[in-house]
Design a protein around this ligand. Sequence first.
Ligand SMILES: NC(=O)c1ccc[n+]([C@@H]2O[C@H](COP(=O)([O-])OP(=O)(O)OC[C@H]3O[C@@H](n4cnc5c(N)ncnc54)[C@H](OP(=O)(O)O)[C@@H]3O)[C@@H](O)[C@H]2O)c1
Length: 327
Amino acid sequence: MAVKAVEVQRLEGPEGLALVERPEPAADGQVLVQVHVAGVSFPDLLLSRGLYQVKPQLPFVLGLEAAGRVLSAPEPSGLRVGQRVVVSGLGSWAELLAAPPEKVFPLSDRLSLAQGTAFLMNYQTAHFGLVRRGRLQAGETLLVQGAAGGVGSAAVDLGRALGAQVLAVVSDEAKAEVVRRLGAEHVVLAGEGWLERVRQLSGGGVDVAFDPVGGDRFDDTVRALAPEGRLVVIGFAGGRIPSLAMNRVLFRNIDVVGAAWGAFAERVPELPRRTHVALSELAEAGRLHPLVGAEFPLEQAAEALRLIEARRALGKVVLRLRGEEGT
Ligand SMILES: NC(=O)c1ccc[n+]([C@@H]2O[C@H](COP(=O)([O-])OP(=O)(O)OC[C@H]3O[C@@H](n4cnc5c(N)ncnc54)[C@H](OP(=O)(O)O)[C@@H]3O)[C@@H](O)[C@H]2O)c1
């Protein structure tokens, strides 16, 4: 049977994509998943331009994550036919996806399949960045840059669920409204004066800053930290990769830590499952509410990528291949 998929045929971003039919993937000891929803993320945009750390050979099926139902699974995986699952792995913008059992996780009934796609890269990165790398504690103050975006909105939602007081920075009022609904205590518009406002609101400085933006806001993000504050470097959506003079780290008594989830998960293969279990417990308790901001059909995958490129994404952007129940 032929399977519809979206390939990157030229490394030209949205213009280089094509909807194609490919042969059905062989299960070959892997879990075969019928994809209902595929996630769209900033790294997809980088992959489509050949700017990501992984550089697959052309043509390749785009997409790093999906949610759907199990069609077949090897016996020891413990997965059932028909079970709702989330899957991480390259090639998810396709009707069928074959993945090794360690990349397939059961999805909580409290979350829709569309929300499930946010639960992979965005929430796992937020968990790794806040809990393991940033050592965020309940009662601490957390500053989130790019807070309405994919990974930023996950950090706001998770930070609040972990008991932090969340201060969010966004570039416009529409994004501010979305982040307030996610539960940020204070939302500050980026622009002149945001640093002063964050210092006032946090009583002098924040304990943890979560930064997927870098760029021109980075210097002030460093200045926003309280003594012993932790800056968690997530990415550089703002374009510029900033640098930092070590005297500022020394005299301000701060930590600057990187959180590259994909690279770390390769080194500690059991960590994604443990992180998924921790996140699922919070979801089961009704404490996480992943925000899905936009849905596109597979045929409009290029539009989905353009939305992210234009900095207009709110929360998770997804491609819808089938209804929640299978239609
Ligand atoms: N470390 C990891 O493991 C990991 C995992 C996933 C993603 N990432 C990285 O995290 C970054 C954000 O990813 P995402 O999926 O959250 O992206 P996204 O949904 O597009 O959000 C990015 C946010 O960055 C802000 N931004 C500032 N300048 C921008 C610009 N010039 N272009 C686009 N956005 C800009 C925007 O917020 P405002 O408009 O409010 O400023 C936007 O909402 C990317 O660099 C991605 O590669 C890292």
